[in-house]
Design a protein around this ligand. Structure first.
Ligand SMILES: [Zn+2]
Length: 229
């Protein structure tokens, strides 16, 4: 097994960031982004994980970029509740010079963080709703905190509408829900945040189970907008 050489590995209160290569973003900047997003999610959704998350920024083949979270350790007993999480974010060499690439990189880091509140296996066909709310809230928080400009949301919105109009699978469902969340946000932002808080409660309460059942919350907030599938 080859041993990864990290060019940087600074840490902050909740995060350790390890990078396999020089990036256009400074390691300290990623930590700042994550701490700010963590604080904002706690303010909106409630207490998150009281743990250190290790973020690995790795090199990948040009078309393989993506991010995922892995649970390295999980203990839930009467005495303790510990989760150790690792985020693996992969970008090609020399990635991140354009604004669009940086936006996507920021999205990956913060997206995985949001999944610490709302994420994991869900029962039924509700995985895409979890993905849609995660993508939506991530972009919104990036704009709110000033890491991305307002254009990001406007461009995205046009994009979701196009996907829905052309019924371009497999992203149609996610795009449809993102438009719905955007509408909820416009109509009554508190309602959207309450939806997130209730979802997060579901994941917290059912964390011993294989799958989380979020159908009651979906029914309560989305009602008839919930796709029958
Ligand atoms: Zn996700």
């Amino acid at each position: 097994m080859s041993i990864t050489k990290w060019v940087a590995s600074p840490f902050s209160k909740h995060f350790t960031y390890k990078s396999e290569t020089e990036r256009p973003w400074k390691p300290e900047m990623v930590l700042e982004l994550l701490e700010q997003a963590h604080q904002e999610f706690e303010r909106l959704i409630g207490p998150g994980l009281d743990i250190v998350i290790e973020v690995e920024d790795r090199i990948c083949e040009p078309n393989n970029l993506g991010a995922r979270a892995e649970i390295s350790k999980q203990v839930h007993s009467a005495q303790e509740s510990t989760i150790e999480v690792k985020f693996i974010c992969e970008f090609p060499q020399n990635y991140g010079d354009t604004e669009q690439e940086r936006n996507l990189a920021y999205h990956f880091f913060v997206h995985e963080l949001f999944h610490c509140w709302i994420g994991g296996n869900v029962s039924g066909n509700h995985g895409q709703i979890v993905e849609a709310i995660t993508q939506y809230m991530t972009d919104w928080v990036l704009v709110r905190l000033g890491w991305c400009t307002e254009d990001l949301l406007i461009r995205e919105q046009t994009n979701w509408q196009r996907i829905v109009d052309t019924a371009d699978p497999p992203h149609t469902t996610i795009a449809k829900y993102k438009l719905l969340f955007d509408q909820m946000h416009t109509d009554d932002s508190e309602n959207l945040f309450a939806f997130c808080r209730d979802l997060a409660d579901c994941f917290r309460q059912q964390r011993n189970r294989e799958e989380t059942d979020i159908s009651a919350v979906l029914q309560r907030y989305l009602g008839t907008a919930l796709e029958e599938d």
